[in-house]
Design a protein around this ligand. Structure first.
Ligand code: ADP
Length: 604
């Protein structure tokens, strides 16, 4: 609300100021026009006067004038004078030229031939005659023609004899309407009016006919002087209805504001009075103040436009600042929220990192546990095999013992060649045992390093050596269709060997009781993979074939198995990106296990 009141007050102030300034500018402009007009007409009148002023003086010099004045009775001379004056009037372009003797009687005139000729008239009462006689110098006078009643400017000069005596006066009359016609207002100043006032304030030249022969004195005290009334015989010389108004702000003292009442109503003018040179005349230029109103209105409109412009700019800036402030606030809030959110995120990130490291720790623990489990399972297999292994180790040991005893006996007999043969047998047996124990040592070793390219055949070979080391495998027909070319696959030699040992050990256990027990191992390529099948003709798998891969699932006695072999084997194969599946053979009794591993192109 205060904003609206403020805007309204500002508007009022703007309107008031515009009005005042408009008035000031308008009056200044009107005054300027008045001054310019005054100057122009003053120059115009001065030029006219200067043009005619020297003419009577020049004419007075003419010897004919003196002659005519000295011989007024000589018709010859008078005629010459008349003709000369006619000629002069034509040359100068004046209305009349005439010659008066010292009594004021006109003795010669340019219009001597006309009915209303001046010749014979006495003008001694006319100031242009009496003053010229009295002062002996040029005189300018304005009056209405006695005969014609036409306004005229009279220029006169005394005529002197050789000895300087004044013999008469020559007068030149110029019609002022010529002058007046030049007054007529220029198009740009349609509102400007002019009057020329004589010494008593009566107008004898006016731009408006109604203002001619009017008394322009604002407040006249008493009657007009007689001389003035004589100057304008038969004229009423009515006073103008002029009211003096206050001088508007910003105008010089030369101007005045007046109101002229007329039958059409009052009109305000700005008036400037200028005295004319050589005469007691005053030029009064009056310019209507009506345009001031238009200037004021233009200023008011301009003021309103500026006011609106400023108001709009202010509103715009205010809105802009408001928006900027709002944006800044929002930005701050956003930043705060972002900071909060960042803190939250950092916190949760930290938590996540902790969780990840926790998980990694757990995973590595799990991995270690798995490794240990795998190792344990492996050792368990070894443990299970140890009975069979005993036999395998005892047999060569017994043989070595026998060969050694025999060698001793042969040594006593001196049969050295036999001793040598026995020692060779002992060495062979020792090599065999060493190879067997090496296999077990390798098998018992923990695997190291990441998976790489390995030859599947080697794993199968090593596994077979371990399996065959057992006593009860001797009667089993183990068929290993070993490929000629390396079977390179993605894996780990010891891990694959462990899987193969598990599969073969299970197969051997399954066929133990069979007549003609057979275990087959085959390797064949299968769509970017190697496929290794272990088949037996044993008692086959129990009903749910997937169950056998579960940990601790076993159908065997505690001595024979823990139920971990297949579950660990599957874990190993999964980790290598392969598969391990088992099923009963479709083509007869027994089970069939299929191990697939990714092919590896590069041989390492
Ligand atoms: P374990 O051999 O110690 O019992 P495994 O995980 O190796 O543990 O085997 C789980 C079970 O799967 C065995 O108890 C057996 O019942 C069955 N099984 C595994 N291989 C064969 C096979 N070749 N023929 C028949 N049954 C088998």
């Amino acid at each position: 609300m205060p904003l609206r009141i403020g805007a309204f007050l500002l508007l009022l102030i703007t309107l008031g100021l515009s009005w005042l300034l408009g008035g000031w500018a308008g009056y200044r402009q009107v005054e300027q026009e008045s001054l310019e007009e005054s100057f122009r007409y003053r120059q115009l009148v001065a030029n006219e006067l200067n043009r005619y002023l020297p003419i009577p003086e020049l004419m007075a010099e003419h010897p004919l004038m003196e002659r005519a004045l000295l011989n007024p009775g000589d018709p010859q001379v008078i005629l010459q004078a008349n003709e000369e004056m006619q000629r002069m009037a034509t040359i100068v372009g004046s209305s009349d030229v005439y010659l008066m003797d010292t009594s004021g009687l006109t003795i010669a005139a340019n219009n001597y031939l006309q009915e209303d000729s001046f010749v014979g008239s006495n003008y001694s009462f006319r100031p242009y005659f009496s003053e010229a006689m009295a002062r002996g110098d040029s005189v300018i006078y304005f009056a209405l023609g006695l005969m014609s009643g036409v306004r005229g400017l009279y220029f006169s000069h005394p005529i002197r004899s050789d000895r300087g005596k004044i013999l008469g006066v020559i007068a030149v009359k110029v019609l002022v309407h010529e002058l007046e016609s030049q007054w007529h207002r220029p198009a740009s100043l349609s509102e400007a009016e002019m009057v020329v006032l004589d010494g008593s304030g009566v107008s004898f030249l006016a731009s408006r006919p109604a203002w001619l022969y009017r008394d322009f004195t604002v407040s006249r005290q008493g009657e007009l002087p007689l001389e003035t009334r004589q100057r304008y015989p038969d004229r009423e010389l009515r006073p103008m209805q002029i009211e003096q108004l206050g001088l508007p702000w910003g105008l010089s003292e030369r101007s005045a504001k007046i109101r002229i009442q007329s039958p059409e109503g009052g009109q305000d003018y700005l008036t400037v009075q200028t005295p004319l040179p050589r005469l007691d005349w005053t030029l009064q230029v009056m310019v209507s103040t009506a345009p001031v109103l238009w200037t004021r209105l233009a200023f008011v409109v301009g003021g309103i436009a500026i006011y609106l412009g400023i108001l709009l700019a202010w509103l715009y800036l205010r809105e802009r600042y408001r928006r900027e402030a709002e944006l800044a606030l929002r930005g701050e809030q956003l930043e705060r929220r972002v900071a909060e959110r960042t803190r939250d995120l950092e916190r949760s990130n930290q938590q996540l990192l902790e969780e990840i490291s926790e998980r990694e720790r757990a995973q590595s623990e799990l991995r270690e546990t798995q490794q240990e489990l795998i190792q344990a399972a492996k050792l368990a297999v070894l443990g299970q095999m140890s009975a069979g292994l005993n036999h395998e180790m005892n047999q060569p040991l017994t043989a070595i013992q026998t060969y050694a005893r025999n060698s001793r006996r042969f040594l006593e007999k001196g049969a050295e060649d036999m001793v040598d043969a026995n020692l060779a047998e002992i060495i062979t047996l020792c090599d065999k045992m060493a190879e067997l124990t090496r296999q077990f040592k390798v098998f018992a070793r923990k695997s190291e390093g990441p998976p790489s390219g390995v030859d599947l055949r080697s794993s199968v070979d090593a596994a077979l050596k371990i399996i065959k080391a057992q006593k009860h495998t001797s009667g089993i027909d183990i068929r290993w269709n070993r490929p000629e070319q390396p079977v390179m696959c993605h894996g780990d030699l010891i891990r694959i060997e462990q899987v193969m040992v598990n599969l073969l050990a299970n197969a051997v256990q399954a066929v133990e009781e069979r007549e003609a027990p057979v275990v087959t191992i085959e390797v064949e390529p299968d769509n970017g993979q190697w496929r290794c099948t272990v088949r037996d003709n044993g008692y086959g798998l129990p009903g749910n074939t997937e169950q056998i891969f579960e940990p601790f699932f076993t159908t065997k006695s505690v001595k024979q198995g823990l139920g971990l072999g297949l579950s660990i084997s599957r874990q190993i194969v999964d980790a290598l990106g392969g598969t391990l599946t088992g099923r009963n053979r479709p083509d007869g009794p027994g089970a069939e296990f299929v191990l697939t591993l990714q092919k590896r192109e590069a041989t390492e």
